[in-house]
Design a protein around this ligand. Structure first.
Ligand code: GN1
Ligand code: MG
Length: 365
């Protein structure tokens, strides 16, 4: 706690620090909410970036600044529709005027402003919430649609490149083997049956059918902040994975997260289901804001994107379980196995409703 206090003070808070507590349920970085005794902003977010995942944190901060400057300029030119607010977290500078602080142990800390009077939920509450989460991703993509993606650094090479995750899976399996259990057998068979499908988006990109754009990288439900009184989406947080990518990664990730009413942390993995009506609501929120930049071919790959990102996340969790939980924070040894099974069941449910999901996408075009 003393250390946290010392670090928090580096970011010149405009008041006395009353409290610092862990915030959210991130699987990668350490996040804290700092509360101040101040008449103005009462909170800010303090984060320690995970060096295993983000070996070049200065590039992460560079992307964050490029992105937020662009969005502020766009919002200045055309504010969101009347009655709505849209906020982007501000980077807070340290005493030395830096966008981060390195502690004596070499940890990389940064601070961001807090979006006030807003909250997040770990899973979707209802169709209204689903529509707002879709709106948030649409707003995010729309505001960045005229930012040339080369302006952003590739902070996480290989991120969302499914064939790369398969190569890593093979290496881990060869090195550590797999425990004998019915769940592990199910997972191994599940992955084995989808090898041909895994390169679907990367092949389309290599053939020039899909192109790189600025993406959020992690637009799951609990990264969308909604106003505590109106329930309207007011911003997207967790901007470390902003980088060039396919918007399909984002759309797939947002839908695999939002259309699973049990949420990705449920223990009840056998009953996990993809809910098409939530998918409809999310796309109803998203597509009106995306019409101007989505192409004909982009639409053709939407169903595959949802299926792929659910599968990919399952594969990533499963591999990490085999490797001994070295990437995703785990609260118990089997945690990443259960998380993987949740995503595999979700993928199965999606696959069994493929025609209905494709029809929803077609209807909303
Ligand atoms: C990780 O740490 P968190 O929860 O923001 C991961 C995402 C996964 C997500 C699953 C950099 O994000 O890709 O979809 O867990 N982030 C990174 O909950 O790997
Ligand atoms: Mg994240």
């Amino acid at each position: 706690m003393d250390h946290l206090l010392t670090v928090a003070k580096q970011f010149t808070p405009p008041g006395e620090i009353l409290d610092i507590r862990e915030y959210g349920h991130g699987n990668v970085n350490d996040t804290f909410l700092v509360t101040l005794d101040s008449p103005g902003e009462r909170h800010f977010i303090l984060q320690r970036l995970n060096p295993r995942v983000f070996p070049r944190p200065e590039l992460v901060m560079g992307n964050l600044c490029t992105m937020s400057e662009h969005v502020r300029r766009r919002l200045g030119l055309a504010p969101p529709s009347p009655g709505r607010r849209w906020e982007v977290p501000r980077v807070l500078l340290s005493r030395d005027g830096q966008d981060h602080f390195l502690d004596l142990g070499g940890s990389f800390w940064r601070a961001l402003s807090f979006i006030d009077a807003a909250e997040t939920f770990d899973s979707i509450k209802d169709t209204e919430h689903a529509r707002e989460v879709g709106y948030a991703l649409g707003m995010f993509h729309n505001l960045l649609s005229d930012l040339v993606s080369d302006r952003l650094a590739d902070t996480l090479p290989g991120f969302h490149i499914t064939p790369g995750y398969l190569v890593h899976f093979d290496e881990v399996l060869a090195k550590y083997g797999a425990p004998q259990s019915p769940e592990v057998h199910y997972g191994l068979r599940f992955i084995g049956e989808r090898l041909a499908f895994a390169p679907v988006l990367e092949n389309a990109r290599a053939q020039g059918k899909l192109s790189l754009r600025p993406i959020h990288g992690d637009p799951k439900v609990n990264n969308v902040m909604v106003d505590i009184t109106t329930g309207q989406a007011v911003g997207m947080v967790d901007l470390d994975t902003v980088k060039p990518g396919l918007v399909h990664y984002d759309i797939g990730d947002c839908l695999r997260s939002g259309c699973n009413p049990l949420g990705e942390e449920t223990e009840d993995w056998e009953t996990v289901r993809f809910e098409p009506e939530l998918c409809r609501a999310m796309l109803q929120g998203y597509l009106p804001l995306a019409q101007d930049f989505l192409t004909e071919t982009d639409y053709a790959y939407l169903y595959d994107a949802i299926r792929l990102i659910a599968f990919e996340l399952g594969l990533r969790f499963f591999t990490d379980y085999l490797a001994g939980n070295v990437y995703f924070k785990a609260r118990r040894p089997e945690h990443n196995l259960v998380r993987a099974l949740v995503q595999f069941k979700l993928t199965e449910s999606l696959e069994s409703q493929a025609a209905a999901i494709r029809a929803i996408i077609r209807d909303l075009r």
